[in-house]
Design a protein around this ligand. Structure first.
Ligand code: NAD
Length: 292
């Protein structure tokens, strides 16, 4: 008898554990890629929060799934339930991708990997470079850690004095003291110190907004108030992808900077996870054409 459709007795499950989940683009992106490459996997989203996370992981382990993603509010809460952490997850203290390696659940953080890979796709190599990064939350932290792991020479973080400031302190300490095998030197300043911000941007190759400033409801705002801090040979990147051109990127374009928005980071973090599970490259151009 012929099997009908894409699912059969050998289909391997990949899951996503998060809440709220209905808006997630990941199921469409991964299933489209599996279909395009003829890979026998299916990706399903499960509405799972902190309370049911441990049970969900036990279940996925028992089912011997190939892997899964986790998103908010589970990215940090998942750490105690995993067997091993890759450096990306260990140093950023968060996981967005789990790989079942013959029964061993290994946590990875592909957000920073996706950010760096997207820069490469835009012809930007961070090796030996200096970056000024604003923020220390869920998007900025993996960028800081992965940039240090992948050869950034100098990182200056600017952070607002809110509940994320202690994470900025921790990120700098981890890069300078715990990541023994990297040469990156990290520094932290208060975002309110605009003179220092100007000085650090002046000597940076890359300026990155790792905050939600520029995204709804802050779409009218830019993290840089004075555009004289920008110069044409500065590469300006933003984690924001809605709108595609944030106020910061509009300002930077008007100066003539090379600008890179957050959409590529979003697609490539998925592509990096796809590769970890399947060993195959996600057909990123095809996905972009179909979905964006
Ligand atoms: P978060 O809540 O974890 O962190 C927010 C960060 O922004 C903190 O460092 C906070 O101090 C800072 N911040 C917030 N408001 C600020 C303000 N008014 N001025 C200065 N700093 C401010 O959020 P997150 O998960 O890091 O998300 C931040 C942005 O990144 C959102 O726009 C989100 O959509 C985007 N994001 C993009 C990707 C991607 O793949 N491109 C991935 C994750 C998040």
């Amino acid at each position: 008898m012929k099997s009908v459709g894409r699912i059969n007795g050998k289909t391997q499950l990949i899951g996503l554990l998060a809440t709220p989940i209905g808006h997630s683009l990941s199921p469409s992106m991964h299933n489209m890629a599996f279909k395009k490459l003829g890979l026998n996997y299916a990706y399903l989203a499960f509405e799972v929060g902190n309370d049911s996370l441990e049970d969900a992981i036990k279940g996925l382990r028992a089912l011997n799934v190939k892997g899964f993603n986790v998103s908010m509010p589970n990215k940090t809460k998942i750490l105690p339930f995993l067997d091993e952490l890759a450096d990306s997850a260990k140093f950023s203290g968060a996981v967005n991708t789990v790989v079942n390696d013959n029964g061993v659940l290994v946590g990875h953080s592909t957000d920073g990997m996706g950010y760096i890979r997207n820069l490469k796709e835009h012809g930007v190599d961070i090796t030996g470079k200096k970056m000024t990064l604003i923020g220390s939350g869920g998007a900025a932290t993996p960028i800081a850690i992965q940039a240090a792991l992948e050869g950034l020479e100098e990182l200056t973080i600017f952070a607002r004095h809110d509940e994320f400031y202690s994470k900025a302190v921790e990120n700098v300490k981890i890069i300078n003291e715990e990541m023994k095998h990297v040469s990156c030197k990290a520094k932290l300043y208060s975002l309110e110190d605009t003179d220092r911000l100007r000085e650090e941007i002046k000597t940076s190759d890359i300026l990155t907004n790792g905050t939600g400033v520029g995204m709804k409801p802050l779409e009218e705002f830019s993290i840089i108030e004075d555009i004289s801090m920008l110069r044409p040979d500065l590469i300006v990147t933003d984690v924001v992808y809605m709108p595609m051109r944030s106020k910061l990127l509009e300002q930077a374009e008007s100066i003539g900077c090379h600008t890179i928005n957050g959409i590529g980071m979003m697609i490539w973090q998925g592509a990096m996870a796809f590769e970890l599970w399947t060993g195959k490259e996600m057909p990123v151009e095809y996905i972009k054409e179909q979905m964006f």
